[in-house]
Every structure is written in structure tokens, then in C-alpha cells.
Design a protein around this ligand. Structure first.
Ligand code: FE2
Length: 400
């Protein structure tokens, strides 16, 4: 018999809010070739290729791979038929995030509440069951192509069991032998959970989606930057951060702002069929230096910063930390510089972060690797340095 550790979630009997979130159930990517994408994410980022649902399990319309690391579950989906809705989406948008799926106590109730709150249905509740348990899912549409599925799990499919290696959903099977899985257990990348998930929306639409997360999902504004903080001479964006009630997930929303040259948000939209979508997933680590060193060793391509960055960063960061009575940055400064990691501080502490280059040919989705030492913000102090780095990349792509 499997022992299930207590869930970190609240007791359902104490909550009457159907939109109370338990966890990020999974993030579903639609990709053109899930088999190859699985190998890429396993090799480059150290994910376990844990389970599949494909032709071998009787799925005749799509191949699905479950990749896991820490409490991160990425589901890669490839359509197997021209009529599958993902086929058209992939041709329009390329590979990218389709669904940020959230675990709740009762997916049907969460869905009904979101619809009552003004949400639009993506799909109605679907129950998948077998003799071991039940998974119920229902989806609402958020910005652009993206969906939030609500997922509730019972029996063997409860999330604590899945976290311990239990089967993800009825019909799925565990991957028995995958050479990289063993390698990755021996050489961990240290990624723990999805810290935040950033969406890009069209100019003038940020406040609409801020209100949508308030009204439909019951989220609240977390932090706010105005465009003066984060513009360079050439590019600009506006960003507001929405957070779920229990701060389980934060969803910053960006829109392009006026600049002399093309905003990175505008570049994203132009390569995403002028449709809003997920710009990056930030994956949390407890040890930024270890994670970035390991990812670099595996060949992950990160944004390169202007050389001048490290001439200024320590003074800027340590000044803020001193002012608020915090210890200075404890990571070795030379290693931080050698690994090209960014540092920022606010009144609560500091953070270390680094951004990958786009994960596919289109300049759309990328990852952020983030480590928090008290700070709960998003690296505002790095935006200027970062934008300069991004502009160099945009220029190389002929998109500036
Ligand atoms: Fe971020």
C-alpha cells in the first residue's frame, strides 16, 4: 500500500470558496513533436520523462508526455490527426503553453463559479475514471489562446499520490526505461515549482485582464510597475502582477508600451499570430548557482548581459539590503558574474534570476530560473539591463 504524505493544501471542509486553489496541477504545452520535445526538456532542463498517454495506451488522437521535476508537472501534447484542435493552433502559434491547469477540490464547482463570475467556457466538465479513481476537468478561457483547466482528483489520482509517482490520470502509463531519467536523478538541476507565469496581451488590454483575474478567478493585484520603471530608450512594456488568494500562483500580465523601437511584447505578439499567450514560466530553485551551472553544462542558452552589469549591481543591491536591515548577498559574487546571473533587491530581501533564450525557433516562450532570498518581487531593477540584452537579441533576429 502506498503511503500518502499530507497535502499542503487547506482542508476542504474549512473552505466554502470553490475557486480556492490547491496547486498548479500541470502546465500543458502544445508541441509539434512531443517525443522530441520531451527529450529536449529532459536533457536540457533535467525533467523526468515520467508517464505517457499515446497510441500505446489507446489514445488515437494525441500523444501526451508527463514531465516532472520537484513539484513541476509539464504535459507535452502533440496532435496525431489533422482534425485535432491542437493541429491548427500549432500551425498558428508554434510550440507553446496552452493550459495552466489548477488543482481544486471540485472542478465542476470551480468551473461553475468562474462562469457565474463572467468567465467563458473553454470546455465543459469531463470525468475520466477507472477502478482506481476519478479525475474531473473543466476549462475556462483566459487571454488569447490560453486556458485554465480546473482539475479535481479522487482515489489513486489525488495529487499527493501523483507527486509520489502515482499514475497521472486513467489510461496513462509510467515510462519504464528512459536513459535520461537515471542520469537526471544523478545530476539534478534543482527546479522545484512554478514561481510565476507571465502572459503577454495586446496594447491597451492589460487592465482588462487584470480585472478578469479579479472578477473571474478571485485573484488580487500583487505588485505594480509603471512603464517608467521598465522602459529603455527603445523598448517598453507595462506589467501588473495578479496573485491567487493564497499566493499559490502569480500571473504577471504584460502589454507593449510606446517606445522608439519595437517592444519585446510586440515582437512576441507578431510571432504568435497577434494573439496573447504565455511569455515565460519562472521555475523556482533553492540554489541559483547550482541550477544555472548545471543547466549551462547541459547546453541551455541564457540571455547574455551587457558587460557593464556587474560593475553596478553589487552597489545597487547591497545599498537596498542595507537600507532595509538585511544581510548582503551571500552567494559568491565572482561565481554569480561568471554564471551571468542577475540580482535584484527590495525591502524584503533579494532574488537571483536568469532568463533562457526562446525555447523554440519563434521568439515566444522562454523559462526563467529564479531563487528568492526574501524578495517577493520580479526583478524590476534588472529590467533595464535585461531590455538592453533583449534588444541585442531582437536586433539579431531583425525584429527591432
Ligand atoms: Fe519573471
Amino acid at each position: 500500500m502506498t503511503t500518502i504524505s499530507p497535502s499542503t493544501a487547506a482542508d476542504p471542509s474549512t473552505s466554502s470558496d470553490p475557486l480556492q486553489l490547491i496547486d498548479v496541477d500541470h502546465v500543458r504545452f502544445q508541441v509539434a513533436n512531443a517525443k522530441q520535445a520531451a527529450f529536449f526538456y529532459a536533457y536540457a532542463f533535467g525533467f523526468q520523462v515520467a508517464q505517457v498517454d499515446d497510441l500505446t495506451t489507446g489514445n488515437r488522437v494525441a500523444a501526451n508526455y508527463l514531465l516532472t521535476q520537484g513539484n513541476i508537472r509539464i504535459l507535452l501534447e502533440t496532435p496525431l490527426t489533422p482534425k485535432h484542435p491542437a493541429t491548427e493552433e500549432i500551425s498558428r502559434y508554434g510550440d507553446g503553453v496552452k493550459d495552466i491547469a489548477l488543482t481544486v477540490f471540485d472542478a465542476e464547482k470551480a468551473y461553475e463559479q468562474a462562469i457565474r463570475n463572467g468567465g467563458e467556457s473553454a470546455y465543459e466538465p469531463v470525468e475520466t475514471k477507472d477502478e482506481h479513481g476519478v479525475v474531473t476537468m473543466a476549462g475556462i478561457k483566459t487571454y488569447g489562446r490560453v486556458v485554465h483547466s480546473f482539475v479535481s482528483r479522487r482515489g489513486a489520482y489525488e495529487l499527493p499520490a501523483v507527486k509520489q509517482g502515482g499514475v497521472f490520470m486513467p489510461r496513462w502509463r509510467k515510462v519504464e526505461s528512459y536513459a535520461l531519467n537515471t542520469y537526471n536523478l544523478e545530476h539534478p538541476c534543482g527546479l522545484k515549482f512554478v514561481d510565476h507565469c507571465v502572459g503577454n496581451v495586446e496594447e491597451g488590454r492589460m487592465n482588462h485582464w487584470v480585472k478578469w483575474y479579479e472578477d473571474v478567478m478571485g485573484f488580487a493585484m500583487f505588485k505594480h510597475f509603471d512603464d517608467k520603471d521598465i522602459s529603455t530608450e527603445y523598448s517598453a512594456l507595462m506589467s501588473k502582477v495578479m496573485a491567487s488568494g493564497n499566493h499559490l500562483i502569480k500571473m504577471p500580465i504584460n502589454e507593449p508600451a510606446e517606445g522608439k523601437k519595437k517592444s519585446q511584447i510586440q515582437e512576441y505578439l507578431e510571432w504568435h499570430d497577434m494573439t496573447p499567450g504565455v511569455q515565460h514560466l519562472a521555475l523556482r530553485t533553492d540554489d541559483e548557482l547550482h541550477s544555472v551551472a548545471e543547466l549551462r553544462r547541459r547546453g541551455v542558452d541564457f540571455l547574455a548581459l551587457p558587460d557593464t552589469y556587474y560593475e553596478l549591481v553589487w552597489e545597487r543591491v547591497d545599498k537596498v539590503l542595507r537600507e532595509h536591515g538585511h544581510e548582503p548577498v551571500r552567494e559568491d559574487h565572482e561565481r554569480v558574474r561568471d554564471l551571468g546571473i542577475l540580482v535584484d533587491a527590495d525591502d524584503e530581501g533579494y532574488l537571483l534570476q536568469l532568463f533562457t533564450k526562446p525555447l523554440q525557433d519563434r521568439p515566444t516562450l522562454f523559462f526563467e530560473i529564479i531563487c528568492r532570498r526574501g524578495s517577493q518581487s520580479f526583478g524590476k531593477g534588472n529590467f533595464k539591463a535585461l531590455f538592453e540584452a533583449l534588444e541585442i537579441e531582437q536586433e539579431r533576429r531583425g525584429n527591432l
